[in-house]
Design a protein around this ligand. Structure first.
Ligand code: VGL
Ligand code: ZN
Length: 202
């Protein structure tokens, strides 16, 4: 059984959002088009409390600076995807009726959560892995935002959990905080056996 995972397709990750991903909104028609090829579609949603410690403003620093947060490196971000805000909503136009369940992440203010499966310290699971395994999913196709952050870490965890993992690259966009991050993410994923595919081949 194969499942489609939509990672963080939320207003704040589109060009009009606070953590804008260039062309982020352009993944929506691509995702809508391939959804019906999957028996199970799930989504993740970045869902931060207002005082989340990944927000640069709480440290009097600028987005892009790096700090140590509870023993792990943390890149600081602009305020984004605050629980209940318009920015945190899934992008309008996404076929949300096709989504079986939305897994929220980044809720703990003390630890960020790039992957849709685990917090960055790998201590807490979102439930996504068990949910998929319970439904006999053995293969996952990953789409969404941003390629070089949450898509990458979701794909790496899926692969580690034993799912055959593919990233539908034209249904993703990179934030490219540093030039080349998107390309490096693709190389990192390929290096562990994750396949990079196009939507027309799904
Ligand atoms: C993301 C940075 C911070 C993402 C989430 O969804 O890629 N990036 N929080
Ligand atoms: Zn976030």
């Amino acid at each position: 059984m194969k499942s489609l995972i939509l990672v963080d397709i939320q207003n704040d990750f589109t060009p009009t959002g606070t953590l804008s991903v260039p062309e982020g909104e352009q993944v929506v028609p691509v995702v809508n088009k391939i959804m019906d090829k999957f028996g199970l579609v799930v989504a993740t949603q970045d869902w931060h409390p207002p005082d989340h410690k990944s927000f640069a403003i709480h440290h009097n620093k600028h987005p892009g600076e790096i700090i140590m947060l509870n023993g792990i490196e943390q890149i600081l971000w602009p305020i984004h995807c605050v629980q209940g805000s318009v920015g945190a909503e899934l992008v309008t136009g996404l076929n949300s009726k096709g989504i079986a369940k939305v897994f929220r992440k980044g809720i703990d203010r003390e630890v960020d959560s790039y992957s849709g499966f685990f917090d960055n310290d790998h201590k807490n699971a979102t439930g996504l892995g068990d949910y998929l395994k319970k439904r006999w999913v053995d293969e996952v196709y990953i789409t969404g935002l941003a390629l070089d952050v949450c898509v990458k870490f979701t794909a790496l965890d899926a692969n580690s959990l034993g799912f055959k993992t593919k990233v539908v690259v034209d249904a993703t966009r990179a934030v490219n905080i540093n030039a080349g991050d998107g390309d490096r993410a693709i190389a990192d994923m390929k290096a562990v056996g994750i396949e990079i595919v196009m939507s027309e081949d799904v």
